[in-house]
Ligand binder design. Structure first.
Ligand code: SF4
Ligand code: FE
Length: 483
């Protein structure tokens, strides 16, 4: 397994084409806007080397028997799934942001199932290719980006009827050695911190969309791939030289658009080639695994609750009964998020490939909760913080010989607390609920791993409504088939 330093060095060696704020980045690992996101992924390496967390962060490879990072592991039982949920919460609670590496883990596990099932039906050899790729990922302890979401253009039209045929990633050419693909993947969490990009279709495809039914993995610096980094609110604060106004001094996340301009994919790296009948299964498996992964939000919630309690104390308000009750409510919601992730893991089952899969219904219920609860937790944190969170002067004003003493005098809270510390904790709450980390804690909670409606469709499909009706009718004496 790699050390955090080896990981950062390995990303440094990549020759990525990255654009941000109108310029090409020469040195992404040292860029002040991106560095916190690299640090967050590096935490998945450092925590794996900490003996206290070894049990959660590492696993035994089912293909080589070697010790590997859990982010590269294929779940072999429900216990593995439960450990995955606990690992997500742990790292979220240590970084206070999105640590990005789960997407690749979820893509690997989904592919381990669908490549096997596709081979059984079509006599293909995707599972062999996949296992070879997996061994490479495990051996080198790599970060994979799980690239699913296409731009999608006009949502009312299927891929082949889009005015611009590239609105969904597709095969544009092929030869005996492989295929050429064109298109884009958007909202890609941790894209430029990844060694490999795993591409999957974004929706269930039909025969007419065969050229869009494609899954593969390519090194992230493959010729023809371009990354365009997405903006985050308050992102330029990271370029100001100071640190306090960032809120979180160490960690952050990033999302990027990935453009594939006729990128070549060798046969050995292709895991689906026009088997459109398995595109839906791959989407569903990946989505359910990734919905489970949102235990990370309980981890970030831990940080936010800690910050809310701290500002209450700094303000001298911690004994007020409504503040205590708001903290209880935040904990109740946060632990409910965790319950959902643990439940879908504990109720996991074995797929024909041997991989353990989460309970689909519970994973979708869990993610549906995540589209709501972090917003409520954030609302309560802002309530407890007071308006100062958004009217606070800058670190530079605090340090200024002209205004510093005034700020220090008038923004003081509890006499045992410094004004600077009060400002620091407010900045952290701002960062998670409004600033750059809110991308991960709020909007990603809403849309990541599928928007709320996607989960509602799955919930309606997965619940056995007829069985519920049957029992209700029996208990009150309505006979079967009676209206
Ligand atoms: Fe992982 Fe959570 Fe970030 Fe998704 S949002 S990549 S599950 S940390
Ligand atoms: Fe996500």
């Amino acid at each position: 397994m790699m050390t955090p330093k080896e990981y950062i060095d390995s990303i440094k060696k990549l020759d990525l084409t990255v654009y941000m704020s109108g310029r090409r980045l020469e040195n992404i690992t040292e860029d002040p806007v991106l560095r916190p996101s690299l640090n967050a992924v590096a935490a998945t390496y450092s925590l794996a080397q900490n003996s206290d967390f070894e049990d959660l962060l590492t696993a035994t490879s089912h293909i080589t028997g070697k010790k590997i990072n859990r982010f590269t592991h294929i779940h072999q039982n429900s216990e593995d799934l439960v450990k995955k949920s606990k690992m997500g919460r742990l790292i979220g609670s240590q970084t206070g942001c999105c640590f990005q590496r789960c997407v690749g883990m979820d893509a690997l596990n989904a592919l381990s199932i669908t490549t096997y099932n596709t081979d059984k039906k079509h006599g293909t050899e995707y599972n062999r290719r996949f296992l070879k790729f997996l061994e490479y990922v495990q051996e080198h302890d790599l970060v994979c980006d799980g690239a699913m979401t296409d731009p999608k253009g006009d949502r009312s039209l299927p891929p082949h009827r889009q005015k611009d045929p590239d609105m969904y990633l597709r095969i544009v050419d092929e030869n005996k050695d492989g295929i050429f693909v064109r298109g884009a993947k958007v909202h890609q969490t941790g894209a430029v911190n990844s060694h490999e990009i795993i591409v999957m279709p974004t929706i269930s495809m039909r025969e007419e969309d065969r050229d869009y039914a494609v899954a593969f993995a390519v090194p992230s610096d493959t010729k023809g791939i371009t990354y365009i980094i997405g903006r985050q609110s308050c992102d330029t604060r990271k370029m100001e030289g100071g640190l306090m106004d960032q809120g979180n001094l160490f960690f952050g996340g990033h999302e990027a658009m990935i453009i594939f301009d006729d990128v070549f994919v060798p046969n050995e790296r292709i895991f689906m080639l026009r088997e459109f009948d398995f595109s839906g299964e791959l989407v569903e498996k990946f989505a359910s695994y990734h919905r489970q992964s949102y235990a990370c939000k309980a981890g970030v919630g831990d940080v936010l609750i800690g910050a809310a309690q701290t500002i209450a104390e700094y303000n001298g308000a911690e004994k007020a009964s409504h503040i205590k009750d708001k903290i209880i409510e935040m904990n109740h919601l946060n632990e409910t998020i965790f319950c959902g992730s643990i439940a879908c893991a504990a109720e996991g089952h074995r797929e024909p490939s041997g991989t353990y899969m989460v309970n689909t219904l519970l994973a979708n219920v869990h993610k549906q909760n995540v589209t709501r609860f972090p917003y409520e937790i954030a609302r309560l944190a802002q309530d407890i913080s007071g308006g100062l969170m958004v009217t606070l002067p800058s670190e530079k004003d605090l340090k200024s010989p002209v205004t510093g003493a005034l700020i220090d005098k008038y923004l003081k809270g509890n006499e045992n607390t410094s004004t600077e510390n009060r400002m620091r904790i407010l900045r952290l709450i701002e960062n998670i609920t409004l600033g750059s980390a809110a991308v991960g804690y709020l909007t990603e909670s809403m849309h990541g791993a599928g928007s709320p409606q996607a989960q509602r469709i799955m919930i309606s499909r997965e619940v056995n409504i007829r069985e519920k009706q049957k029992v209700a009718k029996r208990l009150c004496g309505i006979r079967e088939n009676e209206k």
